[in-house]
Design a protein around this ligand. Structure first.
Ligand SMILES: *Cc1c(COP(=O)(O)O)cnc(C)c1O
Length: 483
């Protein structure tokens, strides 16, 4: 007889254990959500590390309950809570309830969405969501794409497609065709200084090298200057180099600024260069009832990154890369006899993906759209954009602060506490985080420290944000005096 000790695998015999376990877990989490009164406890690594490292992973606890108690003590008690209205730091959102429910489903069933014979309906669900996203972008029937682990991977894949298109073009149009590898050092990517660091990382991974990314000047509002782009592409060609892609950012991480998509697309079309739009942050505008026009021109891109886990209130991971022409996805296709032979009869997603085994993250967005609908998501994203405008105006009017950038096109706010030394800004942020008064971010703007709010919680209003600003001013003043 086969025996196993609890906790056992999820199967027919353990269905009741599963029910009990999930209800216990949800009970504990619900209790946390009902009682958490600050975004983080501000615990230091020095306090937590000895406790976590003392856990002997070779000696299990007596049961599931004990393991849950331990997780409570080591992780949940001091976790960072993005749903808390005073969490104002990074691009993390509170998550939509239907998506959390779907997370339980997809983890339990454990579908792998790479081939039909591992996912069945999961494949079609993902494809239908990609089609929906493509139509929101404004793409035609030739569009396609795939879910990814995040914007970093979406950008990497898009730039891989652009790279291989460029190499193919050069090889095809040369009198003495070079080998593909010989073309790589001549390829260049173009992005503004405010683009995400994953663009430079992608260049490195794609064998182009960091120097392959040419910085295109931006205007005072941190948006790519299309005339400067035109000139940079001209120079590139003049030097015998090959422009492989332009990355326009639709929502820069620090400023929420959106590169002028129509004008940039115009330049890319005239130079016949691949345009990738990194809308990891700004993709929420795709469903916005009042601000969709800020993405006008996105449909002229060859590829688009969308991070549902930033602007669609989805749990990590949930992202996609969407392409205007599905033919370009051939660059990541590989046919393995055991998995997806070229003559396979059924649809599959592994042909389009950098990953093989892959979660059905799409189910979370599916359940969200099917239970609350896209308008509700768009309205929530609108609310955080509107709040950013209000807070920016509040800071402008208060002499204790200066804004460090103009009003955002999305939902960030950059500012400084007046009358204190530069290095006090991040210290004030640390102090406010450690006290539980609120979490904000710090970054450098034009070489000087600035404080940053990234507003992604539609339940947060000025009544929550203003006390955090007050705390920052008070802490900064106190630190300044002590120095
Ligand atoms: C967050 C972000 C990324 C990276 O996305 P991940 O999901 O964190 O990998 C890429 N581009 C922009 C503009 C971003 O804000």
């Amino acid at each position: 007889m086969v025996t196993s000790t609890p906790p056992t695998l999820l199967n027919r015999a353990t269905a009741d254990t599963y029910r009990h376990l999930i209800s216990q877990v949800s009970g504990r989490i619900a209790e946390r959500f009902a009682t958490v009164d600050r975004p983080a406890t501000g615990i230091a690594p020095s306090e937590l590390r000895p406790q976590i490292e003392a856990v002997d992973l070779d000696r299990p606890l007596p049961g599931l309950d004990d393991a849950l108690d331990e997780i409570d003590a080591l992780y949940l008690r001091d976790a960072v809570w993005f749903h808390h209205p005073r969490y104002l730091a990074h691009l993390n959102c509170p998550v939509a309830l239907p998506a959390v429910a779907a997370e339980t489903i997809l983890a339990s069933v454990n579908t792998s969405v790479d081939t039909w014979d591992q996912s069945a309906g999961g494949t079609l669900i993902e494809q239908h969501l990609i089609g929906w996203t493509a139509r929101r972008i404004g793409y035609g029937p030739d569009a396609d794409g795939v879910f990814t682990s995040g914007g970093t991977q979406s950008n990497l894949q898009a730039l891989l497609l652009a790279r291989d298109e460029a190499v193919e073009y050069v090889v095809k149009n040369s009198q003495h065709p070079p080998r593909g590898a010989e073309v790589l050092p001549r390829l260049r990517l173009f992005a503004s200084a405010h683009s995400h660091f994953s663009v430079v990382k992608a260049a490195r991974l794609l064998g182009l090298g960091e120097d392959a990314v040419i910085t295109v000047p931006a205007d005072a509002d941190r948006r790519m200057n299309p005339r400067a782009l035109d000139a940079a592409l001209e120079t590139c060609r003049g030097e015998g180099l090959v422009p492989a892609a332009v990355v326009a950012t639709a929502g820069t991480t620090d400023f929420g600024s959106i590169d002028p998509l129509e004008a940039v697309a115009e330049v890319c079309e005239s130079h016949r260069v691949w345009l990738h739009v990194d809308a990891a942050y700004g993709c929420g505008l795709l469903v916005s009832p009042t601000r969709r026009d800020r993405l006008d021109g996105v449909e002229r891109a060859d590829s688009v990154t969308v991070d549902y886990h930033k602007a669609f209130f989805q749990p990590v991971s949930s992202s996609a890369v969407v392409v205007r022409d599905r033919g370009s996805l051939r660059h990541v296709a590989h046919h393995a006899d055991y998995l997806n032979p070229a003559e396979a009869l059924h649809p599959n997603q592994v042909d389009k993906s950098l990953q093989t085994t892959r979660r059905l993250d799409a189910l979370k967005l599916w359940m969200t759209l099917r239970s609350i609908g896209p308008d509700a998501i768009g309205a929530m994203f609108d609310r955080v954009c509107a709040l950013a405008g209000e807070i920016w105006a509040h800071l402008e009017a208060d002499p204790r602060f200066t804004t460090a950038a103009g009003p955002s096109e999305l939902s960030t706010v950059l500012f400084r506490v007046e009358g204190v030394a530069d290095e006090v800004q991040p210290l004030a942020r640390e102090a406010v985080a450690a006290s539980g008064e609120g979490m904000v971010a710090a970054t450098r703007v034009d070489g000087r420290w600035a404080l940053k709010l990234t507003l992604l919680n539609p339940d947060t209003g000025p009544a929550e944000v203003v006390p955090v600003l007050e705390a920052l001013a008070a802490r900064a003043a106190a630190i300044g005096e002590a120095a």
